[in-house]
Design a binder for this molecule. Structure first.
Ligand code: PRX
Length: 633
């Protein structure tokens, strides 16, 4: 059953059918029209230059400043007193920042970064929890043309070091510690650990005091934010940068162990982040209170907390903590407190809310909500219905938004007020975007399941993998090289009405609570333990997290521990090497791994084991008997 748009909602919606019509009539002019929603210092001479495909140039010769677009222009237009950020700290403290205050803070940071000798093109790593200074830092970088690389504050020192080295970061911005369920956990200490040992490109570590815990200090290298940025001048003149100037690098998991530094640039990225935020969330400046629950460590935080919303003069909630701190009411209390109208979260959280029970949201007035969004993984129809009924009061449209770190902004989604939605379906490519479902040979399907490809360049597309353009071509473009299509790595289905359903990854990338983790990354962390000779990791279906990590390991002769103690050690090792989000749900010690004659591990069969299914076809195995041994373990 499809949910038709509500007539009243449709009448006032930002988007209309006309948006599809104008994009179809002239796609490039459509994008030029969207780009004109921004302030350009210098207009472009050409909308798209695709002559160097797959590296696109959008809005050629155009110049703009991202921070000016996100902050200054709203103040200049007379909205300086509008709240930009209602910040909620985890322990219960809060802080409101108006656009004028945000401008002053961003200017101070920009002035101080300049004093530190940072210049346009330099890289800055941001390793911070969800505090206002994280957003201020990102905007200050954007203002100066510094390329930021935000590293999720749940990542390990090893992961941080790898990302700082790869990007050649000159500055790391962090906090003394971070609040997690009422306890202050050290964070600056993780930076020290990351930078200790061998010399790195990092010259300074700028530290925001958040929890007040003691921190180790390296004189000359470490700087307190409150001794430096806070004293800098709140006046700063933004300078415009080329539309293709690098805005940020964001590392994401690929099919090999080494994360990919996805590169995004300025003009096209901001155009699409802003356009999608305006239309997909039906955002109305000065009226809506918007809340995206992502962390700035992920692309959702970049595009739908920082750049999209702020470019549209949004008033938004930013929350530092977890949904169950101090208890399971927290999100609903926040919605009630600020009168949140638009709420954007991940299916894994919706399923967690379902588990906690509907009495919890029912104890709160959620009537301010008028639109709900979903992102990060396929949303199962049951969760979709629950979300609409229990959180959305049977009233709100739901936008299931498909996109990736690589796409920079939403690509496939219903348009609220326009699209009749089906629970679980992302429905259709947005106006201006072209997506197809194709078979293995590249034949375009008009119904049935296949691979998801994007067959036209789009403004916020990645411009490469930092430092590895060969990998960029191999990963995304070689699969359908003759057609020139971008291969997303996802499977998709077109139903009998031609509506699109995203089915999930078709490669060795797992999706745990909406976080992308590669099997290879976890395997290499496991074999990093002296007791493990070989490891194979699969993503098994999990009722709450979408997928959960299940590992199979073969021990070395030196393995001293076995049994539960070893399993606990290995889980801890993965958390330490990557992040607690990569911690396997199960680890099975097995005598052998199922391999094909060419030596490839048959993950499909391991997935069958992990999900407790009958085994699929085992005929290509070297030794079909290995499963008897695995089953016994
Ligand atoms: O498999 C798809 C899934 O998340 C992947 C992208 O992950 P990441 O780069 O971390 O970005 C997540 C936030 C944009 C995709 O390849 N995915 C994302 N959104 C959806 C989704 N799968 C199904 N439906 C979605 N709405």
């Amino acid at each position: 059953m499809a949910f038709e748009p509500d007539a009243e909602f449709a009448a006032a919606a930002n988007a209309g059918v006309a948006l599809y019509d104008s994009a179809t009539a002239d796609r490039l002019e459509f994008w030029a029209e969207q780009a004109r929603r921004l302030h350009w210092e210098q207009p472009w001479s050409q909308v798209l230059d695709w002559s160097d495909a797959p590296v696109a140039k959008w809005f050629v010769d155009g110049k703009l400043n991202v921070a000016y677009n996100c902050v200054d222009r709203h103040v200049l237009d007379g909205y300086g007193d509008q709240v930009a950020i209602h910040w909620e700290g985890e322990p219960g403290d809060s802080r409101d920042l108006t656009y004028s205050e945000l401008l002053a803070e961003v200017s101070r940071a920009a002035n101080y970064f300049t004093e530190l000798g940072l210049r346009a093109g330099d890289r800055v790593a941001i390793y911070m929890p969800m505090v206002p200074e994280a957003i201020i830092s990102m905007l200050a970088c954007a203002r100066l043309g510094l390329t930021h690389s935000v590293v999720f504050a749940g990542f390990s020192p090893t992961a941080l070091r790898q990302r700082c080295d790869d990007a050649g970061a000159r500055l790391v911005i962090t906090t003394d510690g971070q609040w997690r369920r009422g306890t202050a956990a050290p964070l600056k200490a993780a930076v020290d650990e990351a930078l200790g040992g061998t010399p790195s490109s990092v010259e300074h570590v700028l530290v925001v005091r958040r929890t007040g815990i003691d921190v180790p200090w390296t004189e000359g290298r470490d700087l307190w934010w409150h001794d430096t940025v806070t004293d800098a001048s709140p006046d700063h003149q933004a300078q415009a940068f080329d539309a293709e100037h690098p805005l940020f690098i964001l590392y994401t998991s690929g099919t090999t162990g080494k994360p990919k530094g996805i590169l995004h640039t300025t003009g096209g990225y901001l155009t699409q982040a802003s356009y999608t935020h305006h239309n997909v969330f039906d955002h109305k400046a000065g009226q809506d209170v918007y809340w995206c629950t992502a962390d700035i460590g992920w692309v959702t935080g970049h595009s739908y907390i920082v750049y999209g919303p702020l470019s549209n003069r949004t008033t938004q909630v930013v929350y530092e903590g977890t949904p169950n701190s101090p208890d399971e009411h927290r999100h609903f209390q926040i919605i009630e407190k600020y009168g949140v109208t638009i709420y954007y979260t991940a299916p894994t959280l919706v399923r967690t809310f379902m588990k906690w029970g509907k009495e919890i949201p029912a104890a709160h007035d959620l009537s301010s909500l008028r639109l709900l969004g979903s992102v990060g993984e396929p949303i199962n129809p049951e969760a979709w219905r629950w979300y609409r009924e229990v959180i959305g009061g049977n009233r709100t449209p739901i936008v299931d938004t498909w996109w990736q770190t690589e796409t920079g902004a939403i690509m496939i989604s219903p348009l609220p007020g326009v699209t009749a939605t089906k629970p679980g379906a992302a429905m259709a490519a947005l106006p201006g975007i072209s997506a197809k479902v194709v078979d293995d040979d590249g034949a375009v399907l008009d119904n049935g399941s296949g691979l998801l490809v994007l067959d036209e360049p789009w403004p916020s597309m990645l411009r490469g993998i930092w430092g590895d353009m060969d990998r960029f071509r191999e990963t995304y473009w070689d699969r359908f090289a003759s057609q020139g299509w971008y291969f997303a790595g996802d499977g998709a289905k077109l139903d009998e009405d031609g509506d699109l359903w995203v089915l999930g990854r078709v490669d060795d990338v797992m999706n745990v609570s909406g976080h992308r983790i590669s099997t290879a990354e976890v395997e290499s962390a496991l074999v990093g333990h002296s007791g493990v000779a070989e490891a194979a990791v699969v993503g098994a279906t999990d009722a709450t997290t979408g997928q959960a990590i299940v590992a199979f390991v073969i021990l070395t002769a030196e393995a001293t521990n076995t049994g539960e103690q070893l399993v606990a050690e290995l889980k801890a090792e993965v958390s330490r090497a990557i992040s607690p989000i990569a911690r396997p749900r199960e680890i099975h010690v097995v005598p052998e791994l199922p391999k094909t004659r060419s030596g490839k591990i048959m993950r499909r069969l391991l997935r069958d084991v992990a999900e407790g299914r009958e085994l699929g076809d085992t005929s290509t195995l070297v030794d079909p008997k290995v499963f008897e041994a695995i089953a016994k373990s």
